[in-house]
Design a protein around this ligand. Structure first.
Ligand code: NAP
Length: 323
């Protein structure tokens, strides 16, 4: 994993030691079917998502992150349909799909993971999952129980790479060791990480992943839109997002967005691209959620240029206290 700008941009990077090659930026699909929180069906529809999908592929994004949880399976269904039928995706190689198992408290046995995995495969209309992730290390079952069950499914050929999400540094190490004992690798840990949320640095997750050669997939890389420049104290995001994420952050946005615009202007780039570029320079793989072709093209354009060291440092210094 790198830290700081590279001299040459790369079109594909390896996901941990899995052998799977992904674009430095992927696409998040929580929004695909997320009615309540994101406004799917009211502000945007399946046609917008089909165009967003095509724009991703056209601009070099080759992987999509979903979960059985998103839209209660709807996100997987929409994605499966697009991956299998969109003219932009039927060319080889097919876009890669990462999805997640959610350890609901009533799921207690391996058989429930296998049932959930089979249901995801059906919705995605796939024979195997490129990256299967344990969504959260939630009890009552210990997370190693589920990691082991995912490893069984990988050995049965249903999963190509194994990932976790929302794991601490210690949990990541333990999952990595457990898989290593079976001759398997932990490809990734997906955590919240952005210029407005640097807790993954403070809590040691980034360092632990780097040490183990486990990729960090950065979710919420645009802080749910706050880092795009369109929201601020006078133009807050929709209510639910305001309550969940923006409450204490809106006032600190203007100076940061000002700096991002200043840095972006040297590259003809938007604040979103600056936010994503910083994460790529930190050696992580951001997966911005998209609702439209415009958002997808804008985000993908962050793969075409790079922050210089001075810009990278200034952004880091301006956001050092954000956790
Ligand atoms: N593992 C986990 O526990 C977990 C948790 C959360 C998310 N995730 C994954 O991570 C992905 C990304 O996180 P996220 O979607 O929560 O937040 P995000 O990527 O930080 O923000 C996405 C939102 O920002 C706005 N946006 C995106 N690109 C834009 C652009 N170029 N210009 C202007 N606005 C833009 C859109 O919302 P508006 O247009 O409405 O402003 C979009 O819905 C998710 O889709 C999901 O796949 C995983």
């Amino acid at each position: 994993m790198t830290d700081g700008p590279q001299t040459k941009s790369r079109t594909r990077v390896q996901l941990g030691q899995s052998g799977i090659e992904v674009s430095p930026i992927g696409a998040g699909t929580w929004q695909w079917g997320g009615r309540f929180y994101w406004g799917y069906g009211r502000q945007y529809d399946d046609n917008d998502l089909a165009r967003a999908f095509s724009a991703c592929i056209e601009h070099g994004i080759n992987w999509f992150d979903t979960a059985e949880l998103y839209g209660r399976g709807r996100s997987e269904r929409i994605l499966g349909q697009l991956v299998n039928t969109s003219p932009h995706a039927t060319s080889t190689p097919k876009p890669l799909v990462a999805t997640k198992f959610f350890p609901y408290p009533w799921r207690l046995h391996r058989s429930s993971l296998r049932r959930a995995l089979n249901a995801s495969l059906r919705r995605l209309n796939a024979e195997s999952i490129d990256l299967y992730q344990l969504h959260f290390p939630l009890r009552p079952r210990g997370f190693l129980y589920w990691v082991d069950a995912i490893a069984d499914a990988a050995e049965d050929g249903l999963i190509n790479a194994i990932g976790v999400s929302n794991f601490s540094a210690d949990q990541t190490k333990r999952a990595h060791e457990a898989l290593g004992r079976r001759g398997l690798v932990l490809a990734s840990n997906q955590v919240a990480y952005s210029l407005l949320n640097r807790s993954a640095e403070a809590n040691g997750v980034i360092d632990a992943c780097r040490e183990l050669d486990v990729s960090v997939i950065a979710y919420g890389p645009l802080a749910e839109g706050l880092l795009t420049g369109k929201y601020g104290p006078g133009s807050p995001p929709p209510l639910l997002r305001r309550l969940r994420l923006a409450r204490n952050r809106l006032d600190s946005l203007p100076p940061l967005i000002g700096l991002m615009r200043d840095i972006g202007s040297a590259h003809n780039a938007t604040p979103s691209q600056v936010a994503l570029n910083w994460l790529v320079a930190r050696g992580t793989l951001p997966i911005p959620g998209v609702k439209s072709a415009e958002q997808a093209s804008d985000n993908a354009a962050a793969m075409t240029w790079q922050l210089c060291s001075d810009e990278f440092e200034r952004l880091g210094e301006a956001t050092v206290g954000f956790v």
